[in-house]
Design a protein around this ligand. Structure first.
Ligand code: TYD
Length: 150
């Protein structure tokens, strides 16, 4: 059976605050597996596509400015029920309303500066993974390392 996967963007605030390792650790410790990982700068064109559902909002130019303000880390993350469970770990969009213990509750600033993007449905996850990764960049699950070899 095909693994369920989600697309994460560790946003410019996450990278600038050196939270990349901490955020990845939370996902890995929750039992999810990294299948692709790359640091890049997102183009306005790609962001226009990614945030098309918000194009009519007054804050749209601000989002594009923020998301192009520095490098981001793109992640393909796999595991059982990963889309929904990662949204729970991340917390709601507005960091100020996010509970402590969630990533946005612990490290986010507000509704825009909120550390991480995570796909909101399985359908969108497939679209977003295709948007940001070539198929050959996404790895098959590796075999577990023998404990004695660690
Ligand atoms: P959205 O897709 O609604 O939320 P989420 O990231 O939780 O899936 O919004 C996308 C991004 O747009 C959000 O992470 C930050 C930005 N945004 C604002 O800056 N202001 C807003 O009022 C909203 C709704 C979103």
């Amino acid at each position: 059976m095909k693994e369920e996967m989600t697309l994460l963007i560790l946003k410019p605030d996450c990278v600038a605050k050196s939270l990349t390792g901490e955020v990845l650790r939370r996902f890995e410790q929750s039992g999810f597996g990294i299948r692709a990982l790359k640091m890049t700068r997102l183009s306005p064109d790609l962001l226009n596509e990614h945030y098309a559902h918000l194009r009519d909002k007054s804050f749209f130019p601000e989002i594009i400015a923020f998301m192009t303000s520095g490098p981001v880390v793109l992640v393909a993350l796999a595991g059982e029920d990963v889309v929904a469970r990662v949204r729970d770990l991340v917390g709601p969009t507005d960091s100020r309303k996010a509970a402590k213990g969630t990533i946005r509750g612990d490290y986010g600033v507000d509704v825009m500066v909120n550390v991480v993007h995570a796909s909101d449905s399985k359908e969108n996850a497939e679209i977003e993974l295709r948007r940001f990764f070539a198929p050959e960049e996404i790895q098959e699950p590796g075999s577990p390392v023998e404990k004695s070899n660690r």
